[in-house]
Design a binder for this molecule. Structure first.
Ligand SMILES: Nc1nc2c(ncn2[C@@H]2O[C@H](COP(=O)(O)OP(=O)(O)OP(=O)(O)O)[C@@H](O)[C@H]2O)c(=O)[nH]1
Ligand SMILES: [Mg+2]
Length: 227
């Protein structure tokens, strides 16, 4: 009788161990990926590579459309080692690269060409909306620094105007997605919530850059140091 129970007990225990080990392994693997990448994102021509060169090489360099990612290491004041990854805005390569780096992302710096914003605000909104609502980025509550770049241009919109326009566009995108309940992003909001950057889980900060190497560097560095 005792043998029978002991045998059954052993089988149950073994089954548990066999099922639990892969589950535990998957959980540990998922949480052990060290997140230290900072993705530089934004439409083509927004100024990512220009900023990358300034931040990592302290040089104001003429830049051209990038066709592959640029990578570099930045050591923050708090000794944190960050991988800065400049991801080109050329659509065919942007999303595969974001998929490659997003699980190691600690933050996103999103660039907007403020001088072109009145022309391309829908493309900017679409891109930013897709990134913010990406499952990994949303779940990991990755913070965003949104850089309203090229403020030196006479046509530049300021950060308040850009933020308001983006919130309006996000509200439209949100309603469109909610109409289609099978859409992954339909689940993020309650019907009654009007979209605001303050209401979402990821911390979103807007700054203006003026093509002033010292000041511009400082704004981004402050943000990087406080991650
Ligand atoms: N007026 C002005 N121009 C700038 C500023 N920052 C960058 N630029 C210019 O904007 C252009 C595009 O900058 P890039 O850094 O190459 O753009 P990018 O975002 O890397 O673009 P892709 O690689 O195509 O995704 C370059 O000619 C820069 O010199 C700025 O603050 N003010
Ligand atoms: Mg570039």
């Amino acid at each position: 009788m005792i043998d029978y129970f002991q045998e059954n007990y052993l089988i149950i225990l073994l089954t548990f161990v066999i099922i639990l080990i892969p589950i535990l392994y998957a959980i540990i693997k998922r949480y052990s990926i060290r997140r230290r990448s900072i993705m530089l994102l934004g439409l083509s021509g927004a100024g990512k590579t220009y900023f990358f060169t300034l931040l990592l090489h302290n040089k104001q360099k003429i830049t051209y459309t990038s066709i592959k990612e640029n990578k570099g290491i930045y050591i923050a004041n708090n000794k944190q080692i960050l991988d800065i990854i400049d991801i080109p805005g050329f659509e065919a390569i942007t999303y595969p690269l974001i998929d490659k780096y997003k699980s190691s992302a600690l933050g996103v710096i999103f660039f907007i060409d403020s001088s072109q914003f009145s022309k391309n605000y829908r493309d900017v909104a679409n891109y930013l909306y897709n990134i913010i609502h990406d499952k990994v980025i949303y779940t990991n509550q990755i913070p965003f620094l949104i850089i309203c770049h090229k403020q030196d241009s006479p046509l530049a919109k300021n950060s308040t105007a850009i933020r308001t326009t983006l919130e309006t566009e996000f509200e439209i995108l949100k309603r469109t997605n909610q109409g289609n309940l099978s859409h992954p992003r339909a689940l993020f909001y309650k019907h009654t919530d009007i979209f605001s950057f303050d209401k979402i889980k990821n911390k979103i900060e807007f700054v203006e850059l003026n093509n002033d190497p010292v000041l511009d560097n400082l704004k981004a560095i402050n943000w990087l140091n406080n991650l």
